[in-house]
Design a binder for this molecule. Structure first.
Ligand code: FAD
Length: 454
């Protein structure tokens, strides 16, 4: 076990969309002499060893706005998926199409891996330190910086001193504990992530006709649903969603996914229409993964300690999921992470560039923050946080409501009604209008019967 030591000005822990966008912003907008002193540390070994999940839709005033600020909108346009915006709601029991929304170009989709690649490629090659798993973050002996200990490639321990520590390390952030004791709470829903390979989709064109080219919510009202989502690689990813206790998966996961996976997973969706179960028949059970969905309380805030505080370490700030992880049912998580990164990038670059003597900074010597700069940073970050808390609260409440709507006994009716309030009326398909027409007709009929009209 070897131990090495490095000093950095800004340590961003986590190379998810949020951490990467912040690094890209600082690289573009910070005084050039400060740029080599900004580093990213990521636990994953190399950029593409792990599946990073499915497709993400980026929104105009958050995700797309943030990409534009770092000059990556053109790269995004090259990689975005046409047709990915389509959304359907399907009744799992009857197999009937209840709502179809074609999309209006305002929420283009991109695969998570493509978004990550665009951001990584935009950075100087030595910015990201892969295979660095943060184990602890403690105040340094001076009390003015953080001592970060990483496990590097399983057996080497590395220590870094950082004056500004950014927690971009996702839902299970280790850095969050420096600001709040809160931990994510299980949302009540577990996703089992399975995939239909492209070859199977070519053999069964009826699958695409049924679920469309974007995302579909196939809901039942018994706490179960399938959420198929087309990905850029051509596969169809299915989130088989179950409202179950937190430890349910541990007791019910298939012993051998390839052999027992299909019958076992199909049994959880008994009573679903054969057209829906055909998706599970076509899936490949070698790739089963589960994701329990967790969220922090939407109204979570914390107060910022005044700077400098003896023995309390340097500046620390969170962004994205580490600050406000929420369920994916509002489709806002990645958008908020990107917007946070943009706003934090603006704050840091403006204060650091203006309040430091950047002309005296060299590549080989890490600049030191003065007390004034630390104080300005702390004030700027407090302002950033108050807006971040507001954005996150709104989206967190929305995502918690949407989970209930998707899985309550009145689903999919309640979900369709909610979508109807969100989508412009001219975007509602004939299928929706017909479904509402039928509902009104049958309810009217029942009312007339009750009233003794016939
Ligand atoms: C199943 C699912 C579907 C989703 N679908 C959508 C969607 O459709 N739309 C949407 O907007 N959002 C969606 N989300 C949410 C979205 O993925 C997140 O909100 C977003 O990725 C947050 O970005 P981030 O950069 O804050 O964190 P993350 O993307 O989680 O990145 C954190 C990074 O930190 C690294 N890391 C963690 N711990 C350490 C450590 N100790 N040391 C070093 N590195 C570490 C991780 O490896 C990771 O690379 C979904 C989430 C899930 C689980």
């Amino acid at each position: 076990m070897t131990e090495s030591k490095t000093d950095v000005l800004v340590a961003i822990v986590g190379a998810g969309p949020g951490g990467l966008l912040l690094a890209a912003y600082l690289q573009k907008h910070l005084a050039p002499s400060l740029v080599p002193h900004v580093k990213v540390y990521e636990t994953n070994y190399v950029r593409d060893t792990k599946s990073h999940g499915g497709s993400l839709d980026l929104h105009q005033d958050t995700g797309l706005y943030a990409l534009k600020s770092v000059g990556l909108l053109n790269k995004f346009q090259e990689k975005k998926r046409d047709g990915g915006e389509e959304m359907r709601v399907i009744d799992a029991v009857s197999g009937g199409l209840l709502l179809k929304h074609e999309g209006n170009g305002h929420r283009p989709e991109i695969d998570r891996q493509d978004l990550r690649d665009i951001l990584i490629d935009s950075l100087h090659p030595d910015t990201i330190n892969f295979a660095h798993h943060l184990m602890s973050s403690e105040s340094s002996p001076t009390g003015k910086s953080w001592t970060l200990t990483f496990r590097v490639r399983s057996f080497i321990k590395k220590t870094i001193t950082a004056q500004i520590l950014i927690g971009a390390d996702g839902a299970w952030s280790r850095i969050r504990a420096l600001l709040t004791p809160e931990k994510p709470i299980y949302s009540g829903v577990t996703f089992v992530d399975i995939q239909i390979p492209t070859s199977k989709l070519e053999e069964h064109p009826e699958i695409e006709q049924f679920v469309g080219r974007g995302i579909a919510f196939i809901l039942s009202g018994n706490g179960r649903g399938l959420i198929p989502q087309r990905n850029g690689s051509g596969i169809l990813r299915i989130y088989a969603a179950l409202r179950v206790p937190e430890m349910w998966w541990d007791d019910n996961c298939p012993d051998d996914e390839e052999v027992t996976g299909k019958p076992q997973i199909k049994a959880w969706f008994e009573g679903f229409n054969p057209k829906v179960l055909a998706l599970l028949d076509a899936a490949d059970y070698q790739t089963v993964a589960y994701r329990k969905i967790y969220a922090l309380p939407p109204d979570l805030t914390w107060s910022r300690p005044p700077i400098p505080v003896e023995g309390k370490g340097g500046i620390v700030v969170l962004l994205g999921d580490s600050a406000h992880v929420m369920s994916p049912f509002a489709g806002e998580g990645v958008n908020l992470a990107l917007r946070d990164a943009l706003e934090l990038g603006k704050t840091l670059s403006a204060i650091l560039t203006r309040s430091m003597d950047c002309s005296a900074v060299t590549d080989s010597m890490t600049p030191t923050l003065s007390e004034n700069t630390s104080r300005y940073l702390n004030e700027g970050i407090a302002a950033y946080e108050s807006l971040m808390f507001r954005r996150a609260k709104q989206a967190g409440v929305e995502s918690a409501e949407n989970i209930d709507i998707c899985f309550d006994p009145d689903s999919p009716r309640t979900f369709v009604e909610k979508m109807r309030t969100l989508l412009p009326p001219d975007r509602l398909s004939f299928a929706t209008v017909r479904w509402f027409g039928r509902t009104i007709w049958s309810e009217g009929w029942k009312w007339a019967e009750r009233e003794g009209w016939w």
